[in-house]
Design a protein around this ligand. Structure first.
Ligand code: ADP
Ligand code: MG
Length: 250
């Protein structure tokens, strides 16, 4: 069997805020297989963003373990983490964080440009991705000349430009109206189908979550429910449970 893309064991995150300990992640075990599409739901404050930040190496856990593509992230240097992040993960946030002075095409290429890769090398991929998100004609538009939905689609294309194995999306449609959100949700499925990208998306849209093959519900820093639906993944949850069981009990 292929190595799971993400293995999380007894993950904990504690913040100290004004002298008090805030236990935000209280022991999370979760395995995500390559190619899965997972919705994360749960009330505001449940710890969803913190969890995504830990998996995405943007924040350091205070306990437990994360393995990404077989690599244990515990105790790695920040430069090693950055290299794993750049190779493995694309992010889409609630706010698109596009650079206003650059056009859509340049924004899509930006993660590669920052790494010193050439425009010439990046441009064909960036153009293809812009077409895939339905913005083939908008490459020369700056973010201010695009609608909210279009800006988020540029952000998704940008997240894909370095061919990540994993997309982490934190309420990517939180600022979009219903129709625009649905189109964006559909794009995540298309990206998954086309590129095989594993996708974890935090959403408040229950209709969208319910259309997903797997829904993980968080509550008070723990996983309250983890449900797979559909006949396409009959054995995965058993296999995933078996693969984390020894460590989880240890
Ligand atoms: P969600 O995304 O599910 O709404 P978050 O992960 O953003 O939840 O936050 C979970 C809890 O952690 C909240 O109570 C929040 O106030 C707290 N929290 C998040 N980041 C920090 C931080 N940097 N310092 C202190 N507390 C934090
Ligand atoms: Mg959040």
């Amino acid at each position: 069997m292929a190595t799971p893309l993400v293995v999380v064991e007894d993950l904990r995150k504690m913040f100290v805020h004004m002298g008090r300990e805030l236990h935000v992640l209280r022991g999370i075990d979760l395995t995500i297989e390559q190619g899965e599409v997972v919705a994360m739901v749960g009330q505001s404050g449940a710890g969803k963003s913190t969890f995504l930040h830990c998996i995405g190496t943007l924040d350091m856990p205070t306990g437990g373990r994360i393995k990404l593509a077989g690599e244990d992230l515990t105790n790695l240097s920040s430069s090693k983490l950055a290299s794993i992040r750049n190779r493995t993960i694309g992010f889409v946030f609630q706010f698109h964080h596009l650079l206003p002075e650059f056009n859509a095409l340049e924004n899509v290429m930006m993660p590669g440009l920052i790494q010193g890769r050439s425009r010439k090398e990046l441009e064909p991929m960036a153009r293809t991705l812009l077409s895939e998100v339905g913005l083939g004609e908008r490459g020369t538009h700056r973010p201010g000349e695009l609608s909210g939905g279009e800006q988020q689609r540029v952000a998704l294309a940008r997240a894909l430009v370095l061919s990540p194995k994993l997309i982490l999306a934190d309420e990517p449609t939180g600022n979009l109206d219903t129709g625009t959100s649905e189109a964006m949700h559909q794009l995540f499925f298309e990206v998954n189908r086309k590129h095989g990208t594993t996708i974890v998306v935090v959403t408040h849209n229950l209709a969208f979550a319910q259309s997903m093959p797997r829904v993980v519900r968080m509550r008070d820093g723990r996983i309250e429910a983890d449900e797979r639906r559909g006949a396409s993944l009959p054995d995965a949850s058993t296999a995933a449970a078996a693969s984390v069981a020894p460590a989880a009990e240890g």
